[in-house]
Write a protein that binds this ligand. Structure first.
Ligand SMILES: *Cc1c(COP(=O)(O)O)cnc(C)c1O
Ligand SMILES: [Zn+2]
Length: 419
């Protein structure tokens, strides 16, 4: 373990250095995301002594946000520099009705639609923009499939940072409006997410901006760990035996797995095994297809699905998601757009919870894994709902509507037979 100079703003952070995921080369904490030796992605490495200071009690005494886990995140402990809209500590709902419909014994839904901008992205953005601020940036930017755009625009506005957000020009209206309303710069690109991402990498080389999913991506990605920590804490400091997670780049899945590993290593939970399951839409399923075929590499695809928030055709963390699923003995599945809509409706009609398309993907994939005997119906399971149905109304608007439309008279109502 080499000692690298820490930026002053990170002096009291448990983060120690950036570590290459492939060759283990280490560099000082800085706004960089690829290894200068082998070009593989960099990941935050921690000081084990600083991590060991974190206890259940110190976490429980913290705020009702992701920042109760500040001692496990790459951020300074100075609250004044944090970019915090209150992400995290979203409900873990016991989903007995859905469990019954699926033939499962014990099922929970971790409902991240309850975040400030109604998706799980608030977790990663809060950590990424806090790091960006610590590095002294005044402009933040991102390439987004929608939810990230919402969250970056809102968080940046809250602390007076400039945001320049790039999206594909065919996004759902809900996501465009929910980004534009903050009055920041929003650029729609004639192309898909992968085109937007490529453009952003080019802009990042020339502008001194913090790109949430480029140069500050190592910090961004760590925010997803809080979805692992919270579930364990909400279960009474226990790791669930099975978790089902939607995948876009695959980062969230790998970080929930990393979080469970850290909690175990730190003795914050008793040692117990867990299995990680990944969900994609068939119209953009490069990671699940690699799993299905036993490939080690992920072959890029051109996305075509209503699950736009998961529509990353060339997923940066695909190979690592495959590793996590294979290592833990889980599985992956992918489902058609029709099944996505059925998944949304099943969750809504059993649990009173309206999820965006990504949630529909995850519910439908769980059902498929059960039907194929790839997941244990008797083992306690947590399903991650990562976004709000109000963001993707178009997905179901054609499928549901009023039971009847009638004149405002009692007799007209009685004629419907709905009384
Ligand atoms: C971004 C996103 C995900 C997962 O993203 P990863 O790139 O795999 O970390 C899941 N659900 C929703 C709704 C998202 O916006
Ligand atoms: Zn390397």
């Amino acid at each position: 373990m080499t000692t690298l100079a820490l930026p002053a703003s990170f002096a009291d952070s448990p983060a120690r250095a950036l570590v290459c995921r492939e060759c283990s080369n280490e560099v000082a904490l800085a706004p960089v995301n690829v290894c200068d030796q082998c070009f593989a992605p960099l990941e935050v490495g921690y000081d084990p002594e600083k991590l060991a200071r974190v206890t259940r009690q110190s976490i429980e005494a913290g705020p009702q946000t992701i920042w109760r886990y500040a001692g496990l995140l790459p951020a300074g402990q100075d609250i004044a520099t944090r970019v915090d809209l209150g992400a995290g500590m979203t409900p873990l709902r016991k989903a007995d009705n859905l469990a019954k419909a699926l033939g499962m014994r014990s099922l929970w839904v971790k409902d991240d639609s309850a975040n400030p901008t109604h998706s799980f992205k608030d977790r990663v953005v809060s950590v990424a923009l806090s790091a960006a601020r610590a590095f002294g940036y005044t402009t933040v930017s991102c390439a987004s499939t929608g939810n990230l755009a919402n969250s970056v625009a809102a968080h940046a506005t809250h602390v007076g940072l400039r945001a320049v957000v790039f999206i594909p020009n065919d996004l759902e209206q809900g996501k465009v409006v929910q980004t534009a309303v903050y009055g920041q710069t929003l650029v729609a690109i004639e192309g898909n997410y992968d085109d937007v991402n490529r453009l952003c990498s080019e802009i990042a080389e020339n502008e001194d901006w913090a790109f949430v999913n480029v140069n500050v991506r190592p910090y961004y990605a760590e925010g997803s760990k809080t979805l692992g920590y919270e579930v364990a804490e909400q279960l009474g400091w226990r790791i669930p035996p099975q978790v089902v997670i939607p995948m876009a780049s695959g980062s969230l899945l790998t970080k929930v797995d990393k979080a469970f590993g850290e909690l175990t290593k730190l003795g914050l939970v008793d040692e117990s095994p867990w299995k990680v399951y990944g969900a994609q839409a068939t119209g953009c399923s490069p990671i699940a297809t690699a799993f299905e075929n036993g490939w080690d590499t992920v072959r890029p695809v051109k996305p075509k699905t209503i699950a736009r928030s998961l529509a990353i055709g060339n997923p940066a963390d695909g190979p690592y998601a495959l590793d996590a699923v294979r290592r833990t003995g889980g599985a992956m599945g992918h489902v058609s757009d029709e099944q996505v809509v059925e998944g949304i409706r099943l969750l809504a009609s059993t649990e009173g919870l309206f999820a965006e398309t990504a949630g529909g993907v995850t519910v439908a994939t769980l059902r498929q894994l059960l039907e194929r005997g790839q997941i244990d119906p008797d083992a306690e399971t947590v399903l991650y709902n990562t976004g709000d149905g109000l963001k993707t109304l178009d997905a179901v608007a054609g499928e549901v509507g009023p039971s009847a439309t009638i004149a405002p008279s009692y007799s007209a109502f009685m004629k419907t037979g709905l009384a």
